[in-house]
Write a protein of this length. Sequence first.
Length: 279
Amino acid sequence: MEDLKEWKNNEIWGLEAWKSLCRVRELCPLIQCITNYVSMDIMANTLLAAGASPAMVHAVEEIADFTPHAKGLCINIGTLTPDWTVSMKAAAAKAAESQKPWVLDPVAAGASTYRMERCLELVDLKPTVIRGNASEILALAGASIGSTKGVDSSHVSTDALEAAKELACRTQAVVAVSGAVDLVTDGERVLGVSNGVPLMQKITATGCAVTALIAAFVALQPNLALEATCFALAVFGMAGEIGMEKANGPASLRMHLIDALYGLDKESVLSKINISKYD
Ligand SMILES: Nc1ncnc2c1ncn2[C@@H]1O[C@H](COP(=O)(O)OP(=O)(O)OP(=O)(O)O)[C@@H](O)[C@H]1O
Ligand SMILES: Cc1ncsc1CCO
Ligand SMILES: [Mg+2]
């Protein structure tokens, strides 16, 4: 691959995103998901539609056997309880030990002290990527409680740009803030992904689903985590744009988005991709 710092236009981004999607379709990476009850269905279906192989495996007793065989791991704290916390930490540690990338979704990080403390413990276990909405990234970067209402963002992604950069520098993770423009940073470079449609916010767990898709893309390009994260966000957003052409509301968008992801072709990727340097 060329020096990505020199990349300038969407023609090149499109070709590389297409290659990344093809790699997922060819290699069908096994992605372990320890996620919330709300997101399990859309997350598994998103991974399958993209060509990956999801497995919702969360018993702590299975982690020693299972996690080393997965290509990537997605941890989502959406419906956190103490027993799952133990599994999450064990899986993150096992992924790190077996040099597998893992991605953290800090759902509602600022909604309670319990959530924040567990999130900070997970961040200490060195996620490859952290993907949240703007309120979650602001809360996590500042370790601040009470600024978020729940799982939905009360900020726009650009509100969290400096927080995301600071969090990325401090943790060495790639940090992605979703929204109308998804901002992705390694603390130095910032890229903006402008694919997607606003109605995606009205389908529960689209954020959770795209975090799992990031895990699948990063699993196959662990040394290009920033770019792979952008490609997953762009691919999901493009599927939303295509799905929106047939949708009448959130429920039909959910269905058409998954269909569009499954059928996404090179021509659509090249014509729709919208990635730009943000800094
Ligand atoms: N205004 C918007 N325009 C276009 N796409 C959007 C918009 N808002 C969100 N998206 C897209 O919707 C998806 C979900 O992002 P969102 O920020 O809603 O995540 P979230 O709040 O974590 O969701 P959840 O907690 O329900 O999983 C992302 O792919 C994002 O790019
Ligand atoms: C609604 C909801 N509550 C906990 S997790 C979740 C899914 C969206 O994050
Ligand atoms: Mg979320």
